[in-house]
Design a protein. Structure first.
Length: 155
């Protein structure tokens, strides 16, 4: 499994999150990155909501990769949430979403932003990796799995 320690911190992942709408999810994501990275939650929510209006970032199989660019970032940052119950996300396959990997990039990060989206997409399209992610029992296990590569006690 790819190592995402360059994108994530331990306090930027959350498992068993209870939300019932995309709006609630985006609010929780904003709060998560405000705590993890000191970002303005309201700005993050606004940016990912603007991006979502262009088209759903739910790409099928219960996965969404909401993403946006922010002026105040110095590098690409990520946040991951596993939802306790899947929610409607207007995904391409109309399946509800339970795995969310949000990416936030600097405004001028063109190619890096696209490469990181592709990297996350590759991970989440791998059924074995996705099953391990869905099987974690705690925030710590989720972070260990995503940031530490292969781990023995992650699932």
């Amino acid at each position: 499994m790819d190592n995402f320690s360059d994108l994530l911190t331990a306090n930027a992942v959350s498992s068993a999150v209870n939300v019932s709408t995309k709006k609630q999810l985006f609010q929780k994501l904003g709060q998560l990155v405000e705590t993890a990275y000191g970002l303005d939650a309201a700005e993050v929510i606004e940016r990912i909501t603007e991006r979502e209006r262009l088209g759903s970032t739910g790409f099928g199989g219960g996965i969404a990769i909401p993403h946006a660019k922010l002026d105040k970032l110095d590098k690409v940052r990520g946040a991951v949430m596993l939802l306790a119950e899947p929610i409607s996300f207007d995904a391409i396959d109309e399946a509800p979403v339970d795995v969310v990997f949000m990416l936030l990039s600097p405004s001028d990060s063109g190619a890096e932003h696209l490469k990181t989206l592709a990297r996350v997409s590759r991970l989440l399209r791998n059924e074995r990796h996705l099953a391990r992610i869905r099987g974690v029992g705690s925030d710590a296990a989720l972070y260990a799995l995503l940031a530490g590569g292969e781990t023995r006690n992650a699932a």
